[in-house]
Design a binder for this molecule. Structure first.
Ligand code: MG
Length: 385
């Protein structure tokens, strides 16, 4: 049965894929990208997303997004756009569900802190770490490390990358050096991520009380859709009004992305994935929607991500991650044995320190928020065991 027969000619397909790093017999019941999605859902790093911060730390409230629910929302948005454009839904879902696997505990605060700690050892970057998780760190299969995902899934996970890192990555880094595009599915997952977090951060910001409706009404995009919601349901208020506003905003962004991308794909004349790679970015918002989304982003940065109460958590997170990193580097014997690195023959002290640092970074990056806090207490609070 050809599960991919409905796809547009420019969609990525299992049969035209660049394949897996380790050859495996094809599945008779699933496409290769369904199989990737399933491997991601079953891996340990995916389950840990449940206890990793998006903006609000997990223990701050039960209704806030976590990295897990964020990833599920990204997949939902990406799939519905993919179906409209004839793109590969399974691939777009696999990329969406995996895109944040490499995130540290405590969101961006954790990542920034780990990057500073890792500066002299090549730095830390969450996209690169997501790829490291699926390529190496997950240990589930007899024949290989990692999940042995398809090239196009891995490429979608690596959405940004510095030229220096790209040069070390071989095949998968090449497009950054050649300035080529990834598949349309990868371009789509990237923008679905943006639609998801802009909207759910508004929702969570309001729920937390850190943002107010009055503040948000200074943003025309929000105010317009709120007026629409109130016109459809006169007298509506409270959470219902917010929900009706946010769903209209998400819908407007999705419709704009579908219409603009469809037109760009048509105008470009691309007929294959190879042509997609050498065309410019084809999945895009219209110019006017792009500027509205930008205003929303700026608003969130100023009013939510840099709110003093969020800053307090950010500061604490930075301390936890930094102190964990330094104590493990000073005393590697405190690490669980699987993260202690034996010195290989033929490498000097400096090289061995870099290997140990990467292993500490993998250990910390894999931690959930609450595990990191518990580990910090175990190591620094005298009364803990
Ligand atoms: Mg994300």
């Amino acid at each position: 049965m050809d599960f991919e027969a409905y796809l547009a000619p420019y969609a990525a397909t299992s049969s035209h894929s660049r394949g897996r790093r380790y050859a495996e017999p094809a599945s008779t019941s699933r496409t290769e990208f369904q199989r990737d999605r399933d491997r991601i859902v079953h891996c340990g790093a995916f389950r840990r997303l449940e206890y990793k911060t998006q903006v609000f730390v997990n223990h701050e409230g039960d209704l806030f997004r976590t990295r897990l629910t964020h990833s599920i929302e990204v997949a939902q948005i990406a799939r519905s756009i993919a179906r409209n454009l004839g793109l590969n839904e399974d691939l777009v879902e696999a990329i969406s569900l995996a895109h944040d696997l490499g995130h540290t505990p405590f969101g961006h605060a954790g990542q920034d802190a780990l990057h500073v700690c890792m500066k002299e050892y090549g730095g830390f970057e969450h996209n690169l770490q997501s790829l490291r998780v699926v390529d190496m760190l997950e240990q589930r299969y007899g024949g290989f490390d990692g999940l042995n995902l398809m090239f196009e899934t891995r490429e979608g996970i690596l959405k940004h990358c510095t030229a220096a890192h790209a040069a070390e990555l071989g095949d998968i880094g090449k497009r950054f050096l050649e300035k080529k595009q990834p598949t349309l599915e990868a371009q789509l997952a990237n923008l679905a991520d943006e639609i998801a977090y802009n909207n759910h951060d508004i929702d969570d910001g309001l729920r937390s009380g850190l943002l107010t409706v009055e503040q948000l009404e200074t943003i025309d995009f929000f105010a317009r859709h709120k007026r629409e919601a109130e016109a459809a349901f006169p007298g509506i208020g409270g959470r219902r009004a917010i929900n009706e506003t946010v769903r209209r905003m998400i819908n407007a962004l999705i419709i704009d992305l579908i219409d603009t991308s469809r037109e760009r794909i048509r105008a470009s004349g691309v007929q294959t994935v190879e042509e997609v790679r050498i065309a410019g970015p084809l999945i895009a918002f219209s110019d006017s929607m792009r500027s509205e989304a930008l205003l929303l982003k700026r608003f969130l940065r100023k009013n939510l991500y840099q709110h003093y109460q969020v800053n307090r958590m950010t500061s604490k997170a930075r301390r936890v991650v930094t102190e964990l990193f330094h104590i493990f580097m000073e005393e590697p014997a405190l690490l669980p044995p699987s993260y202690q690195t034996a010195r290989d023959a033929g490498i000097d002290d400096t090289q061995h320190t870099a290997v140990q640092a990467r292993s500490v970074s993998d250990y910390i990056a894999g931690m959930t928020d609450r595990y990191a806090m518990r580990e910090h207490r175990r190591l620094f609070a005298i009364e803990e065991t």
